[in-house]
Design a protein around this ligand. Sequence first.
Ligand code: PMP
Length: 404
Amino acid sequence: MSQTEAVLPVYLDGHATTPLAPEAEQAMAPWWHRRAGNAHSPHRRGTEASVAVERARIEVASLVGAAPQELVFTSGATEANNMAILGVANAAQRAGDARREIIVSAIEHKSVLSAAASLEEQGFKIRVCPVRRDGRLDVVAFQRLLSDQTLLVSVMAANNEVGTVQPIADLLSDVRAVGAMIHVDVAQLAGKLPTCVADYDFASISSHKLYGPMGIGALFVSAAAQHRPRPLFHGGAQERGLRPGTLPTPLIVGFGAAARVAALRLEKDLAHVRDLADRLVGRLEAKQVRLQRNTTGSHQLPGSLSLRFFEVDAPSLIDALADSVCLSEGSACTSGQIQPSHVLSAMSFTESEMRETVRIYCGRYNDCSEIDYAADAIADAIRRMTLAHWTDPPVRSVNEGRSH
Ligand code: PMP
């Protein structure tokens, strides 16, 4: 196994969260204490905080092609997704809009699927659009679901389990043709691939997926959207009345700095993480590990890998690697029971395909020595697991093993 100077375990789980960029950490530092102030206070500290918040808003807006005044800061993409779906449904109902159908893809984040499902009680119909085996939306099925009853469509730009990038641009003209609005969860795309939300009505962004701090995100609300979401919470008039609550200056400043760095490094990061992912797979293959890339090609988020290791139980592999490599499975363990991933199920994976699949994200701060170390550790763990499997005494029939 190659040696690494890196702190172990090697972190390859950037779909879940990315490490904070040092530039973001530095930018945040003064705002906790030395420059502390509420952006809505009338004094100098308040004004300084307000200026810093607005600068960050410009930086985030510029990363995703929005106008700064179209961004509402939230606690993350979960809240932004809820605000887009519940807030728009609420606004439409109040405005007397009779449309009651919402289309979501089958592989959306749970914060979209659950928020949409909760509207069924209020008479909304949720139409779930299937995806193909490659994890991309079934565009023909999508077109069939669209109608003049469609109020809102919510489709993610890139998936957090398998990294597939959706053909959003191909959906837009059909969505507009029926007069519906579109919300796009760009949490996994923003900062990793060029992102422009200007043609959408709503878009959700998460800071901790683009090397910013956790606990902050934003909802893009287009100035041209037919309905402006109703706020989820009651309180002050912050964020143009859409999201009450004191603005977390340090988090917003960190989010802004991370967005600025992401925009500057986009091309460099993209090439780096793509090379690392290829290097990882190449080294595993060179070590005769039997694997399959579940999602590949130009519709794959660079750095993102959904890998199936044949005849290897993914949860056991992740356990075996606990001290050396952080990767995760496409399944969530709920109350001791492994639930099959709704994403892989929607892609029509069999039970064994799901059980043998892990997700990996090679990120900006990983280097080649970490990737080599991780590949060697994975290959070793798989060899040990496979050996243990084959050295279990086989059950033989009475005739087996007799020489004639
Ligand atoms: N949407 C997607 C696609 C995500 O990957 C995530 C985070 N896993 C979220 C929404 C939720 O983001 P946050 O953690 O900022 O609430």
